[in-house]
Design a binder for this molecule. Structure first.
Ligand SMILES: C[S@@+](CC[C@H](N)C(=O)[O-])C[C@H]1O[C@@H](n2cnc3c(N)ncnc32)[C@H](O)[C@@H]1O
Length: 468
């Protein structure tokens, strides 16, 4: 077996596959070398960085033989901006590699064999991203306002004038904010010394009616006259602005939005369509960034339920604005949903009332606690939809989900690693993973969304601990 001392500082390798973070993987006698910006079948000369016991990171010196899956990135900034790591790989091949990423993660974490379907592509591969979050900075001498994304692995801001994966109109909004902020003397944030007023611009952009909600995140606890003027100019002078809100975030944190907001003009949400229902999406509401791909997922889950059940009861856990529950409401007898963010539950309430939906019961709070209380109440559901954040579910939540669910768990996940971990846990407790259907929600990135269908007919309900 080769050791790290045997690996030279420069060498030529052939890339075999992509890691779950989209890095090319080459192997020298079992020793793993990760090379960013490479594609399987590339032959590349690389410079080795820090060597660890079993792996090293490396950078490309030269592409000796390019993979046939390479293509010219359509964005001029692809190499500098860290957002679209895989844009240099043609889209068909991206889908093939994303399926392999899910297969590899399942193999290494879940262990057993799982039927993984072909990835369902995103309906759009440009202008698909409807949530824009640009950090704002400022040049030291000329005081020009910068807005864009950070360079890969750094906090150096790339001033982005055009981002082809976002609706084109958002470029215009950002440009307007740059120009007017400079005219009004609004300073951009400096994360080194914590000074500067405008920290982020967030845009929620509707695919349904093309309206935009603009959120100005300021390093303050009140709206200054200048920011108030900027907000009003955005609302009055630009078209397709549903509203402008100011969010206050003066903490040293990586979180973009602070707790408090002040609403300045228009309304504080956009409208978006999923299935045949119109949803309201606010500044803090979780909503998938690719609405057309999300619509595919919601329709897919709805069809699965319709084809396999007759008016079932559904528990929609980690519900956001109860998008699953509301989409499914006309084919199920009852939906019970649980979500921790108050604003999302209020928006769900509003949509339910506007659509005169009678069979949904909404709850606000922690999903784990709620599931545990439900087991005490002795309720059961035919289907539980689990759609947790990237960290996945706790073992206790999975125990309760098993106890509360009679037939199927439908687990929707944006993180293959935590999905594999949780499927392993469910499998060890008797559940059978029928299959996984991946969806491409984020073209040109390594991210992949999965829907796992889990059958519970062989489950023996575990002894429950009551932690709460
Ligand atoms: C991936 S999102 C899914 C939302 C929704 N199912 C959808 O597709 O729009 C996860 C949601 O779980 C919520 N959440 C996170 N932790 C939670 C917890 N411990 N209890 C309840 N909800 C939680 C988040 O606020 C977010 O709305």
């Amino acid at each position: 077996m080769i050791t790290k001392q045997d690996i030279p500082q420069e060498l030529t390798v052939k890339i075999e596959k992509l890691s779950n973070l989209g890095l090319g993987i080459a192997k020298i006698d079992g020793y793993v070398i990760f090379v960013p910006n490479t594609c399987p079948d590339d032959v590349v000369k690389v410079k080795i960085g820090k060597k660890n016991k079993n792996y090293a990171n490396a950078d490309i010196i030269e592409i000796i033989e390019p993979s046939p899956d390479r293509t010219e990135p359509f964005c001029k900034l692809q190499k500098v901006c860290g957002a679209c790591q895989l844009q240099f790989i043609n889209y068909e091949a991206q889908l093939k590699y994303k399926k392999e990423i899910v297969q590899d993660v399942m193999k290494s974490i879940y262990g057993g064999s799982v039927d993984i379907k072909d990835v369902i592509p995103s309906p759009l591969i440009k202008e698909y991203r409807h949530k824009i979050q640009y950090p704002i900075g400022q040049t030291q001498n000329s005081k020009r306002i910068l807005a864009g994304y950070y360079k890969t692995g750094s906090h150096e801001l790339v001033n982005i004038k055009h981002c082809p994966v976002q609706p084109e109109y958002c470029d215009k909004i950002i440009d307007f904010i740059r120009t007017k902020s400079e005219e009004l003397g609004i300073s951009g944030y400096n994360e080194n010394n914590g000074k500067g007023e405008l920290r982020h611009v967030v845009i929620r952009s509707s695919n349904y009616n093309k309206n935009n909600l603009v959120i100005l995140v300021v390093n303050s606890y009140k709206v200054s006259n200048k920011v108030n003027k900027l907000a009003k100019l955005i609302y009055n002078e630009l078209e397709n602005i549903s509203g402008v809100v100011v969010n206050f975030n003066n903490k040293k944190t990586n979180l973009i939005l602070g707790e408090k907001m002040e609403f300045i003009a228009g309304c504080d949400y956009i409208e978006e369509q999923l299935c045949d229902k119109i949803f309201k999406v606010g500044a803090k509401t979780f909503f998938q960034v690719n609405p057309l791909s999300a619509d595919n997922i919601f329709k897919y889950v709805k069809k699965y339920i319709k084809d396999n059940f007759d008016s079932p009861t559904i528990l929609d856990a980690y519900a956001g604005i109860t998008a699953f529950g509301i989409c499914m409401s006309d084919i199920v007898s009852k939906v019970v949903s649980i979500e921790e963010v108050k604003e999302s539950v209020e928006l769900a309430e509003n949509i339910i009332q506007e659509n005169c939906i009678k069979n949904i019961e909404l709850h606000q709070g922690d999903a784990g606690k709620f599931l545990s209380n439900e087991t005490l109440l002795g309720r059961q559901f035919h289907i539980t939809i689990l759609d947790p954040p990237r960290k996945g579910c706790t073992p206790n939540s999975l125990d309760y989900a098993l106890k509360l669910t009679a037939n199927k768990i439908i687990y929707v996940s944006c993180n293959p690693a935590t999905l594999a971990r949780d499927l392993k846990y469910l499998h060890e407790h008797g559940a059978d993973v029928e299959y996984i259907q991946p969806f491409d929600m984020f073209p040109h990135t390594y991210h992949i969304e999965n829907v796992a269908i889990i059958d519970l007919k062989n489950v023996q309900v575990p002894e429950l601990k009551l932690p709460y």
